[in-house]
Structure formats: C-alpha cells, structure tokens
Write a protein of this length. Structure first.
Lengths: 118, 107
C-alpha cells in the first residue's frame, strides 16, 4: 500500500519560514517524482514545484520567486518543501503528491495546513 | 500558463443520477488530463488519468473522455460517497494547472 504522510499543521508569523515533510512508504522512493501543490482558502489548487527523487533536480513555479526549496532524504524516503519569507497570502493547505508513470498524481498526502498570521 | 475551466461550478443531484462535468483547456493538451475527487478534510483521490483511463480500484461508474481541449467526466449512477468536489488537471506542460472545481451536492 502506497502512503504519503505529511507533517502536522504549522502557524507562522510573516517573514518566517516553514518546512513540511512528506514521508512515503509502500513503493521504491527513488522511482517516482514528488510534486507539491497548495490550496489557499477559496482558491483553486496551485502547482508549486517538483523534485526528481533519483537525481535531486528540482523545478519550481516562478510564482515563488526563489522562496521555495524542495529537497529529499532518500534514506528516510521523505521529501521536504520549505517556503521562506512567508506572507499572509501563503496561508493554505499544502499537499505532496506522487507523479505516476502516466504523468498524473496517483497518490496524495493528507495535506498540511500552514497559517501565516501576525 | 494553460487555463483550465470546469463547468458547472456546482451541481445538485440524487443518488442514482447520471452527471456530467466538463473541462476545457485554453490550448491543446493532447490527452494529458486527470480527474480527481476531494472530500472535505481529505486528500484528493485520483480517478482518471490520460483523459480516459480508470485508476486502479476506482468504480467503473466513472468514465472520462476527450482529447485536445475538451474533456468530460461522467458518473453513470451516483453513489452516496460520490458527493464531493471534482477537479480536472492538465499535466501536458508546466506549470501543471487545475480547474476551479465542481462541487457535487445531494439534492
């Protein structure tokens, strides 16, 4: 059984950073890319970026202008997403998702709520 | 970026009904389209990939079709667990983009 389990909810102040983890199990971690998607209240889902687990290469949405870092720890079968210089508008549910062999997101994490408030 | 437009935004239906949700891309995306379902407070669940292929374990009540710019998701006989929000997603080009969602409610 494939599982993606994310870390718990976070509350941060504007200007701080947040790091969310996505621990995977049930498959060969290095064989599938991990993508990150977020959903702000009342907004549609927004793609953030992805990491090639095998070689560690990443591609991020230009919307984050260098504030987003995606990493992985192959020994722990875990991917990470860090957003720096947080803004109130970064308040959202953040999801990790596995990119399946056909290009779609075949498994998702349960989501992590990040609240940015002064 | 490729814009994805779903319709309708919301829909009321009864158990046993047949419902149709459409998704239009602002440019051709071949068949690189997925559908998934999301219930409140739960992770999205993949239903359809490559526009018309059913994910493993998904009910055959779900049918996807289309190619290019116009796509359709049909639920042939609504079950109680189907009342949720449905999204389309294109993965033909980065950034991947999503429809705004269709909320399916019980009539």
């Amino acid at each position: 059984q494939v599982h993606l389990v994310q870390s718990g909810a976070e509350v941060k102040k504007p200007g701080a950073s947040v790091k969310v983890s996505c621990k995977t199990s049930g498959y060969t971690f290095a064989s599938y890319d991990i993508h990150w998607v977020r959903q702000a209240p009342g907004q549609r889902l927004e793609w953030m970026g992805w990491i090639n687990i095998g070689n560690g290469k990443t591609k991020n949405s230009q919307n984050f202008q260098g504030r987003l870092t995606i990493t992985r720890d192959t020994s722990a079968s875990t991917a990470y997403m860090e957003v720096s210089s947080l803004r109130v508008e970064d308040t959202a549910l953040y999801y990790c998702a596995r990119r399946g062999v056909y290009g779609d997101y075949d498994y998702w994490g349960q989501g992590t709520l990040v609240t940015v408030s002064s | 970026d490729i814009q994805m437009t779903q319709s309708p935004s919301s829909l009321s239906a009864s158990v046993g009904d047949r419902v149709t949700i459409t998704c239009r891309a602002s440019q051709g995306i071949s068949n690189n389209l997925a559908w998934f379902r999301q219930k409140p407070g739960k992770a999205p669940r993949s239903l359809i990939y490559a526009a018309s292929s059913l994910q493993s374990g998904v009910s055959s009540n779900f049918t996807g079709s289309g190619s290019g710019t116009d796509f359709t998701l049909i639920i042939s006989s609504l079950q109680p667990e189907d009342f949720a929000t449905y999204y389309c997603q294109q993965y033909d080009d980065y950034p991947c983009t999503f429809g705004q969602g269709t909320k399916l409610e019980i009539k």
